[in-house]
Write a protein that binds this ligand. Sequence first.
Ligand SMILES: [Zn+2]
Length: 222
Amino acid sequence: MMPYKSKIMVLAAHPDDEVLGIGGTLIKFKEKYKCTINIEFLTTTPSCDRWRKAKKISEILGSSINRPDCVIDKDMAPLTLEKNLTKTIAEYITKRIDIIKPDFILTHYGNDLNNDHSKISEATLVACRPYLTSHNIKGVFQYEVPSSTEQNLQNIFNPDIFIEIDDLTWDKKVKLIDIYDKEIKDYPHPRSKKGIDTLACYRGVHVGYKRAEALKTMWRKI
Ligand SMILES: [Zn+2]
């Protein structure tokens, strides 16, 4: 799905979404497929503890990270994307696409219960319309985030791509999860370590892997 040495842009509302959702995938794409990874966090401030942790994680991952300079909303904070900001977010994403020139985009699931996630997903579709010739994106995919995606029981995430996460990669992901320690809850919370592992095992058994992370295709050009 992700060819060797491709440029991948990850759109995330909050620092922790990238690790909880696709931490293993990013490790694998970086180490095995030599991909370039850029992560855009759309609702965080420089003074935020989670932003500092995201920076630390990006150093471990070998990725670059970025956040808007108050472009989207001066009061930007988690759960504040409730206004009709789709156009503004899409314009920001477009600007970043012009700079990064990604081959593939990974974004939130459009029906995530967390409104920041679903807004970003909608804005991604607007910014990455497949007919646009201003970008050279080959595919857009959605990822799931435990405690947000599965909580919308009316619109279940139905993935069609499964990335195998081997034991070594899983151990590396767990170390990244440990950095976001304040976001991790006790089992049976979906964002507990056991909950996150259970999801990975569940996605794995869909396709005969011990563990997997799953994506849903929004669109793809071949
Ligand atoms: Zn989030």
